[in-house]
Design a protein around this ligand. Sequence first.
Ligand SMILES: [Zn+2]
Length: 324
Amino acid sequence: MAKILIGIDFGGTNLKIGCFDEKLTLLIKDSIPAQINAGPAAVVEKIGELTARLVSLCGHSTYDIIAAGIGTPGVVDVENGVVLATSNIKFTNIPLRQMVRDRLNVPVILENDANVTCWAERVAGAGKGAREMALITLGTGIGGGVITNGELVRGFAGNGGEIGHIIIKQDGRLCGCGQRGCIEAYGSASATAARATEAIAAGGKSSLQKIIETNGQISCKDVYEHSAAGDELARQITDETAKSLATLCINLLHITGPRRIIFYGGMIEAGELLLEPIRKFFNEHIWKIRKESIELCFAALGAEAGIIGAAALASYEFKKGKII
Ligand SMILES: [Zn+2]
C-alpha cells in the first residue's frame, strides 16, 4: 500500500489538514474551525478526528501515514516540539508535538507557521530548489522564514528567523512584541493603515478622509488604492512602507545572503503597487561595493502553503531521521 503524509495548518481561526502522497500530491484536504478556546487537548482531539476521516476518505488507513507536520503560530522550540508562546492564541509551553504524536501514533514535527510557509515555497513554490532564500509574510503582522545552506534557520530557543522583529529604526514605533522600531511596526498592513490614520489626524489632507468619515477607520487596502489613484498623503505612506521593507531586505541580504526574497500574505494582493517601489528603494539603498542580482518576488502558493509545507517538512525530517 502506498504511504501518505499529513500536513496540518493550525491557525488561530481554522484547522486545515491535507493528506498527500509521497510525491507531495494533494489527495484530500479539509478545514474546520480550530476553536482554540476549548484548549490544547480539545484541539489535538480535533486533529485526530479530522485526520482519521480524511485518511479514510482517500482510501487509506492511519497505518499508512509516514509522518505528520504541524505549522503553528508563535515561537516554537522545534527540537522539543513545544509551542513556547504566541500572541494571538494563548498557548504557552504546550508540548503540542508529543500530544499529536500520542493521538495519531505517527512521527510528528512541530514548526512555526511562517517557517512552514517558507519551506513550502522552497519545495513547491517561488523558491523551488533554492538553498539560500528568505520569505516575508505580510499581513496584520510580519513573519517570515530564512533558509540557508538548504536548511531552515531556527537558532537558539526559537529566536532565529523572526524577521518581523528586526529593528529598522532605533527608538522607533512601539511593536506588539515590546521592542521599538521593529519592521512589523512600519511595514505591516496594520502599521500602514495606522501611519495613514495618524498622518490624517495630524492635519494631513487626503482622499482617505472620506473613508474614515464613512467607515470610522481605514485599511491598508484603502491606503494602496488611494495611493494608486494619486493621493499624495497615501503615496507618502506606501512609499514609507516600501522603504521599510526594502531596508529589511537589505538587512537580510547582509545576514544570510539569500538569492531570492519572497513576499507572501494578504498585502501582496496590492501586486506591483507593493513590489515595484520595494525594488526601487532596495536598488537605491543597497551597498554599491558589489551588487549581485537578488530577486525580490511574490510567493507562488496560496492558502494551501501551510499544509504543503507541513507535509513536506515532515517528509524531509523523517528521511533525515530527525523525527521518529
Ligand atoms: Zn517587534
